[in-house]
Design a protein. Structure first.
Length: 255
């Protein structure tokens, strides 16, 4: 639920001025995504999984069609007619009237067939069942592959995000060193060569920063594509890389 900020303006122009506050519609485009949520989406809603489920439904339908060929077939036909005949035309003499009827004529027929031995239908049914079982196995394999892919892409995104933090820290450090070199040169204790060297380091750090930003964007786009999420929706990885201390082991514990 979003709350609307309420303010009292003394100046009408101040009230009409645009605000820098993020609107609800803009904030709704950012999705905080944990690794668990990404795995759940990959298991149920990824494109490859949905395609595999459709193949299972198709194989199930083909198996049912093949099975129907082994079942008994019953045909029923019913008809009713209202007739009026001329007695002279059918060889009957009626002194009272030359017409007979009108009268109703009802005809009903039922026929059935039972296949005793239909080798072709049996083979088709067995092939359809085998295809359905194979499709179910493919779905299981597709789900596992999708989850593995999403997990690797998620971890890649976290690694690139941490690398971006390192690149930002490096350029901040190199900028401070450049400023220090300029101050030393101004004070007479530094040289032009020191300043040039510091500028080169800042340039390298800036290049590494741009590369790190591109890698973060690329990894998030790959994860978005794997999950089938709208490209207009921004993903924010909510999990963090945690360093777990390893307990020291002696030789006996290692054995």
């Amino acid at each position: 639920m979003f709350g609307l900020p309420m303010s009292i303006f003394s100046d009408p122009e101040e009230a009409a001025a645009p605000s820098d506050e993020i609107l609800p519609d803009e904030a709704a485009k950012v999705r905080n995504l944990s690794l668990k949520q990404a795995m759940e989406i990959a298991e149920t809603a990824s494109l490859d999984v949905l395609l595999s489920e459709e193949r299972i439904n198709e194989a199930f339908g083909k198996a049912e069609v093949a099975r129907s060929e082994l079942l008994p077939t019953i045909d029923a036909i019913a008809s009713e007619r209202r007739l009026q005949r001329n007695s002279d035309a059918i060889g009957l003499s009626n002194q009272l009237s030359k017409t007979i009827g009108p009268y109703n004529l009802f005809d009903g027929r039922v026929s059935g067939t039972i296949p005793l031995i239909n080798l072709s239908a049996i083979q088709n049914w067995r092939a359809a069942k085998a295809n359905r079982k194979l499709s179910e196995q493919e779905l299981t394999s597709t789900r596992e592959e999708a989850m593995i892919l999403v997990a690797s892409l998620y971890l890649e995104g976290i690694r690139n995000r941490e690398a971006l933090k390192v690149a930002e820290a490096d350029i901040n450090r190199d900028k401070r060193l450049l400023q220090l070199a300029l101050d030393k040169k101004k004070a007479g204790s530094g040289t032009e060569l020191d300043v040039m060297h510091a500028e080169v380091e800042v340039s390298k750090a800036q290049e590494n920063l741009e590369i790190a930003k591109m890698e973060v964007t690329r990894s998030l786009l790959k994860l978005t594509n794997a999950l089938g999420i709208d490209l207009n929706e921004e993903i924010k990885l909510s999990d963090e890389l945690l360093l777990t201390p390893v307990r020291e082991m002696n030789f006996q514990d290692a054995l």
